[in-house]
Design a protein around this ligand. Structure first.
Ligand SMILES: NC(=O)c1ccc[n+]([C@@H]2O[C@H](COP(=O)([O-])OP(=O)(O)OC[C@H]3O[C@@H](n4cnc5c(N)ncnc54)[C@H](OP(=O)(O)O)[C@@H]3O)[C@@H](O)[C@H]2O)c1
Length: 253
């Protein structure tokens, strides 16, 4: 992926990891568009970084996705990079999950439907650009699941798999396919206060940008970097350890 001169859409770019990426890409001389559901978060981001372009969009909604893509291609004909970053995380006890499928499906629609649909919809435009990139933000939990977030972990494993296929199919085109697998990072993911134990946001983003500059295509950090090189046995052990630790901390789950 080029370091500067890109026109980039970052989904979920008004807060957390997406906003931190937006700031770095702006500093490096890129045009950046961010989208999200909450207009007030987008306005806050724009007040902090006036060069940002913003758009209210619920990426879980198919019509919103179609309108977003039409708007992007019309207003930003040089758009050459898509960063699929928007995501939510829900804790789900499968023995106590009621039958509110819309609630559970929301996590799948945001974390998995959206990146695939946006990719397929924007690819015909991206392949026409001199250089293009698709960056999928999955998770270290794609490699070893967080048992208390089973749907989340499954969406990230699915996104990891999709990204591998996408990379092979796009070999020989001008579109780079990059996956970022964050470890726990201190953001509002899952609700304020749930990820305070994670890596400091700025340190994580520094690490990711150093990896991007080196041209890496599967980017982990800390725990998730180690998991990228772990054996199946080590990954199974990591999932077991995380689950035991979670149950100790959350006996009421
Ligand atoms: N933080 C971690 O520990 C961690 C670890 C591994 C992977 N990740 C991944 O990193 C990505 C960013 O997460 P984060 O930690 O920065 O969380 P965050 O602080 O909660 O940010 C998520 C962003 O996504 C947006 N978003 C959520 N649902 C959306 C929807 N339906 N349509 C459009 N935008 C939506 C949110 O804005 P609105 O609510 O206004 O829509 C928010 O700006 C996610 O994919 C997450 O799974 C995070």
């Amino acid at each position: 992926m080029l370091q500067s001169g890109n026109t980039i859409l970052i989904t979920g770019g008004a807060s957390g990891i997406g906003l931190a990426f937006a700031e770095r890409f702006l500093e490096a001389g890129n045009q950046v568009i961010v989208c999200g559901r909450r207009a007030e978060k987008l306005e806050e981001a724009k007040a902090k970084f006036p060069a940002l372009h913003t758009r209210v969009c619920d990426v879980a909604n198919e019509q919103d996705r179609l309108e977003l893509c039409d708007w992007l291609v019309r207003e930003f004909p040089n758009l050459n990079a898509l960063i699929n970053n928007a995501g939510i995380q829900q804790w789900v006890n499968v023995l106590r999950a009621d039958d509110d499928w819309a609630h559970f499906h929301q996590e799948i629609a945001i974390n998995f439907d959206a990146p695939i649909h946006l990719t397929l919809r924007l690819l015909p435009h991206l392949v026409k650009q001199p250089h293009g990139a698709i960056v999928n933000v999955s998770s270290g939990l794609a490699l070893a699941p967080a048992t208390w977030a089973p749907i989340y972990s499954a969406t990230k494993a699915a996104l990891h798999s999709f990204t591998q296929s996408l990379r092979l199919q796009l070999e020989g085109t001008n579109v780079d396919v990059i996956e970022i697998l964050p470890p726990a990072v201190n953001t509002d993911l899952g609700g304020p206060g749930l990820h305070t134990f994670g890596a400091p946001l700025n340190e994580f983003v520094d690490g990711v940008f150093a990896s991007l500059e080196r041209g890496e295509i599967e980017i982990g950090y800390g725990d998730s970097e180690r998991r990228l090189h772990a054996s199946r046995e080590e990954l199974a052990e990591a999932a077991q350890q995380m689950w035991m630790g979670f149950r100790k901390r959350n006996p009421e789950f």
